[in-house]
Design a protein around this ligand. Structure first.
Ligand code: PLP
Length: 339
């Protein structure tokens, strides 16, 4: 059996760091999509509520329902099929067509494409969108955008930021003209938040930083944060591997002398992926021997349990990916315990 420990102190440290930079807890919306980046939706939502956050961001209506009682505002990024009305839910509009799908009185945030070209209306469609939303009796609560390279040293960040600044001005004028009350503005994910020296938007949508990572922190001088999730596994069996014997599928590790080894109940079924022949040391400094199975790994020694990782940075390197992908890959069925 593998299990996950969630470090509450580290989570609070990260949220505090973000809130200080943003100018207050009310300026942080914690991003909880994809099972809170693999950490556990309800567990992290409950802790974020205890910390004092009032806003969250999810991908779907189903996620929003699960945590409705814990927040005042929940932004739903990509789901227009909302079955029950709630003042808490704020639905992202990703295209002009979305405006036709939502029920009267739905709170909406209009997403604007400022250069990522993934979701959102074109930036010259803002007035058209607001007018149509008012006709459809939707509640226009916010406009927002998303950066394509906030965590890279490139001019795209400034380019998109400048376009969004222009949109904020345009929106002010439209609101005055149409007599619409104040509309919230937000453009920052974790990296973008820390790239702003004087953050002045209504809130930032903070995902990865809450969980203790900012992938480009050295290049861009971001603060050091503390990983929240660690993965543990219990021992299944211990044996002596004799000199010359090999272990696991394909027998890719062969003992050069007699050694004591144990199997632990974790594997790619849990989200701990095969290592492709690369060396990996667990957080307690034990080399993984041979291949990772679906539910087993082998390491030297006979400890009752081992800590597979308390930081996924090395695993992201091994798998040639980003920390996000390793974290979200943690199987939702693994039990989670808050420490
Ligand atoms: C996932 C997501 C975020 C959070 O990004 P991080 O880099 O994890 O902070 C913010 N905004 C949108 C629209 C997202 O999809």
């Amino acid at each position: 059996m593998s299990y996950i420990k969630l470090n509450k102190q580290n989570l609070f440290y990260n949220l505090e760091t973000c809130a200080n930079h943003a100018g207050g807890k009310e300026k942080i919306a914690i991003v909880l999509k994809d099972n809170a980046y693999g950490h556990g939706l309800l567990q992290i939502a409950t802790l974020a509520n205890e910390f004092g956050l009032r806003k969250a961001v999810v991908q779907t209506y189903k996620e929003a329902i699960t945590i409705e009682h814990l927040f005042d505002t929940i932004l739903i990024l990509a789901d227009t099929k909302i079955d029950t009305f709630s003042h808490t839910f704020h639905v992202a509009v990703n295209s002009l067509n979305d405006l036709e799908l939502l029920c009267e009185n739905t709170n909406i945030h209009i997403k604007i494409d400022t250069g990522m070209h993934r979701n959102g209306i074109a930036h010259n469609e803002l007035e058209v969108a607001i007018l149509r939303a008012l006709e459809r009796k939707l509640n226009v609560c916010g406009i927002f955008t998303h950066h394509k390279s906030a965590d890279e040293l490139s001019s795209d960040f400034f380019y998109q930021d400048t376009i969004f600044k222009g949109l904020k001005e345009e929106m002010k004028n439209i609101c005055e003209k149409l007599n619409v009350p104040k509309i919230l503005v937000h453009s920052c994910n974790s990296a973008a938040l820390f790239r702003h020296k004087n953050f002045d938007e209504d809130f930032a949508r903070v995902g990865i930083a809450s969980y203790g990572y900012l992938d480009a922190n050295e290049v861009l001088g971001f603060p050091k944060l503390k990983p929240v999730l660690s993965l543990y596994a219990k021992k299944i069996a211990t044996r002596i591997l004799k000199k010359g014997q090999s272990v696991g599928y394909g027998g890719t590790y062969t003992a050069t002398e007699d050694i004591e080894v144990s199997t632990y109940s974790v594997g790619y079924g849990d989200g701990f992926r095969r290592l492709g022949g690369k060396a990996y040391e667990t957080a307690d400094g034990k080399q993984v021997l041979g291949r990772v199975s679906m539910d087993n790994i082998v390491v030297e020694g006979s400890a009752d349990e081992i800590c597979i990782f308390d930081d996924v940075t090395r695993l992201a390197e091994i798998h040639n990916t980003i920390t996000y992908e390793i974290l979200t890959g943690q199987n939702a069925n693994i039990s989670r315990e808050i420490v």
